[in-house]
Design a protein around this ligand. Structure first.
Ligand code: RIB
Length: 332
């Protein structure tokens, strides 16, 4: 089904309310997805057509948008999530999860037309994963939901979007934020090869992993040098800064008008489960952009990388995300 057919109302007919000073200002607004993660631990990832034994299973909270929001909230950001879950037990549990983590649920919608999104995930003994998402209710987040949240988006410090909801909704959220002078982070995951060029123009920090950088630029990213080539191509498309996350190699940061790309290495650790480490990075980066604007993007990325690296040392997605009291004071 085309993206536009999923919309109840064409985006061009959106009537955006005037800004209201009565709206609560959040540090971070995430417009994005919630998924229930169904996680199996296996010795290795199965091949096509193969059945293998796993040795552990659990159900956790995931979805790239919600992961990023929860990580930011655990660091102390005043956060809200614009999203949609089903009228089912996974949806009810998810709303409770937001409340337990201090995330506002003012813009969490529920629908009986689709189930809460789910993500069957397989994690191998090296901590690497393979993920399928069945987005369900996430794809019903629509223009009306965005209109309701418009003043909140306009008055935020940072707005964060990804691609597990309808791309047109993510793009519109970025446009609303960018147009109001709000800092935007866009995480193009899962990546779309022919991404609308407006995504780049409305993004301050474009943050992707090696695979996403490869899909978006055609450059296969297997080294810092490759990431630099891909990063240059992404910068040319119009975003202010590009961050390519490189797993154990840390991150690469490139900014318009700055001479050299910056490779920011990270601590060498034994990864137990890398699922959601990129989301931990994005959530932490949003926290620093909203609350530590005195730091430069290099230092923010270094600290966000340290937090994401910690998340790889425990199992689960949000289950592995550290909270502020568990982190060294020099990160704050
Ligand atoms: O980035 C990790 C996340 O991707 C998981 O939590 C899963 O839900 C999918 O959205």
């Amino acid at each position: 089904m085309s993206q536009l057919r999923l919309l109840k109302k064409p985006i061009t007919n959106m009537s955006i309310p005037a800004n209201s000073s009565a709206t609560a200002a959040y540090d971070i607004v995430v417009v994005g997805s919630c998924m229930t993660d169904l996680v199996s631990f296996t010795p290795r990832l199965p091949k096509a057509g193969e059945t293998i034994h796993g040795h552990k299973f659990f159900i956790g909270f995931g979805g790239k948008g919600a992961n990023q929001c929860i990580q930011a909230a655990r660091l102390g950001a005043k956060s809200t999530m614009v999203c949609k879950v089903g009228k089912d037990s996974f949806g009810e549990n998810y709303i409770q999860n937001f409340k337990s983590n201090g995330v506002s649920t003012e813009y969490v919608g529920q629908t009986s037309e689709a189930s809460t999104g789910v993500a069957p995930i397989t994690v191998n003994d090296d901590g690497q994963n393979a993920i399928v998402i069945v987005a369900g209710a996430n794809l019903l987040l629509n223009c009306e939901d965005l209109v309701r949240a418009t003043n909140t988006i306009r008055s935020a410090k940072v707005v964060v979007c990804q691609l597990e909801i309808q791309p047109v909704i993510s793009l519109e959220a970025l446009k609303i934020a960018h147009g109001a002078g709000v800092k935007t982070i866009f995480n193009p995951a899962p990546a779309i090869a022919d991404l609308d060029p407006d995504f780049y123009k409305n993004t301050d920090v474009f943050c992707c992993n090696e695979t996403e950088a490869g899909i978006l630029t055609g450059v296969e990213v297997a080294s810092v040098e490759d990431a630099t080539k891909a990063g240059s191509k992404l910068l040319e498309k119009g975003c202010t800064s590009v961050i390519v996350t490189l797993g154990a190699e840390g991150t690469l940061l490139m900014t318009q008008g700055q001479r050299a790309p910056l490779h920011i290495p990270t601590k060498n650790v034994k990864a137990v489960d890398t699922t959601g480490a990129g989301d931990s990075f994005v959530g932490a980066l949003a926290f620093y952009m909203a609350n530590y604007s005195c730091l430069d993007l290099e230092e923010m990325s270094r600290r966000a990388c340290a937090i994401a690296t910690i998340s790889t040392q425990a199992q689960g997605t949000q289950a592995s995300y550290p909270s502020r009291p568990q982190l060294p004071p020099e990160l704050f």
